[in-house]
Design a binder for this molecule. Structure first.
Ligand SMILES: NC(=O)c1ccc[n+]([C@@H]2O[C@H](COP(=O)([O-])OP(=O)(O)OC[C@H]3O[C@@H](n4cnc5c(N)ncnc54)[C@H](O)[C@@H]3O)[C@@H](O)[C@H]2O)c1
Length: 354
């Protein structure tokens, strides 16, 4: 018999629904508490998921000894602060991406993990998806060979979520830190987590949020507000690693693009992989190039199933049955890349890491 894990969810906005929904389907979980600055939002989740404790101050939730672990689904500027407080209170943490707004904050969270002996899983949900797990097993078995080039795009023609997402003070940035984080992480993880060498990045604030556009739906913050927008509308970067590999990435909230685009491609010495938009493995056999499509349920990232897989894994981590595959130190490295792109763009030149 596995020990039931008593969960508190902090932040009850849009993405929290994926956390509540996934926890509620896990038989080893007791949803115990919910907290949001907006009481009615927390109460609505408590009612829907039959959660006994409702808070508006996360400190009070963390003081509840009947909670083993928390999901943090709040604005980016609060991730580090709440993670550190939760770890100090003896809770395991599943922190939504990005780990923090700055590298310094990320390092402080890493120290808190070490001091507490608790686990912090960074919400790199795409690592837990079946298409990523399959590629990882091919990589681990040496079938793709060392990866020397990766290329990722996450382009929204229209999709600035507004509210806190477009307020740099609370978000830390625009499409790069919000959606670029996923594709950059996937590439870096599947490349074997190479050591950073240099970054050359560009950010653009040319189109604004284009909230004037009609007849197109897009993801919005729970408190959508288009009036305030201080984040970039697009970013691109070339990241070099010490092993000679490179990563080319571009992302946007708004761009005069014909359509949205999500691509993640990795090229190795023995083969290649298109992870998104649809998993394809490319190899060469008997002087012939083969494109292989695995027979699996989801060839692309499947949002609901991805969260279920991430949360089921986290619960097993809390039970001491598994080690997380997205530990705090990976969150720190990804913050170095994200902040490095912003720094390079601000300076207008390549930046180097020692
Ligand atoms: N993994 C993914 O694919 C994915 C997708 C969307 C969002 N996210 C991440 O999830 C987080 C939340 O995003 P969202 O889209 O749900 O935003 P949202 O604005 O819809 O919800 C955020 C909620 O947090 C609450 N909140 C903020 N600070 C708080 C605090 N100190 N204490 C308690 N509640 C607080 C707000 O009142 C709001 O209800 C962000 O970090 C975002 O990057 C991840």
């Amino acid at each position: 018999m596995s020990q039931p894990i008593r969960i508190g969810v902090i932040g009850a906005g849009s993405i929290s629904e994926m956390h509540f929904g996934s926890y509620s389907k896990n038989k080893d979980v007791v949803l115990t508490a919910v907290c949001d600055l907006k009481e009615e939002r927390a109460k609505a989740k408590a009612e829907k998921y039959e959660i006994p404790h409702v808070y508006t101050d996360y400190h009070e939730l963390l003081a509840n000894p009947d909670i083993d672990a928390v999901s943090i689904c709040t604005w980016n500027n609060t991730h580090a602060e709440i993670s550190i407080a939760a770890l100090k209170a003896g809770k395991h943490v599943l922190c939504e991406k990005p780990l923090s707004k700055t590298v310094e904050e990320a390092l402080a969270v890493e120290r808190a993990v070490k001091e507490s002996g608790k686990t912090l899983q960074v919400g790199f949900v795409r690592r837990y998806a079946s298409n990523t797990r399959i590629v990882k097993s091919f990589m681990d078995n040496g079938e793709i060979g060392p990866i020397y080039y990766a290329k990722a795009s996450c382009i929204r023609k229209l999709g600035n979520p507004g509210g806190w997402f477009s307020d740099v003070e609370r978000s830390g940035g625009g499409p790069l830190i919000d959606i670029g984080v996923h594709v950059i992480d996937l590439c870096w993880y599947l490349m074997g987590k190479p050591k950073l060498k240099s970054i050359s990045g560009n950010t653009y604030n040319r189109l604004g949020n284009r909230s004037n556009v009609k007849n197109l739906k897009f993801y919005k913050a729970a408190d959508y507000d288009a009036a305030h927008n201080t984040v970039e509308d697009m970013a691109n970067a070339l990241v070099r690693f010490e092993n000679g590999a490179s990563l080319l990435v571009d992302v946007s909230f708004t761009l005069h693009a014909k359509k949205d685009e999500l691509t993640v491609k990795l090229y190795g010495e023995k083969g290649g992989v298109e992870l998104e938009p649809e998993l394809t493995l490319i190899t060469e056999k008997h002087d012939t190039i083969l494109n292989s499509t695995p027979q699996i349920d989801n060839l692309s990232f499947e949002f609901v199933q991805g969260f279920q897989d991430e949360i089921d894994y986290f619960v097993e981590v809390c039970q001491g049955r598994k080690e997380t595959i997205s530990p705090v130190q990976d969150g720190v490295e990804i913050m170095k890349i994200l902040c490095g792109v912003y720094e390079s763009a601000a300076l207008g030149k390549e930046i180097h890491f020692d």
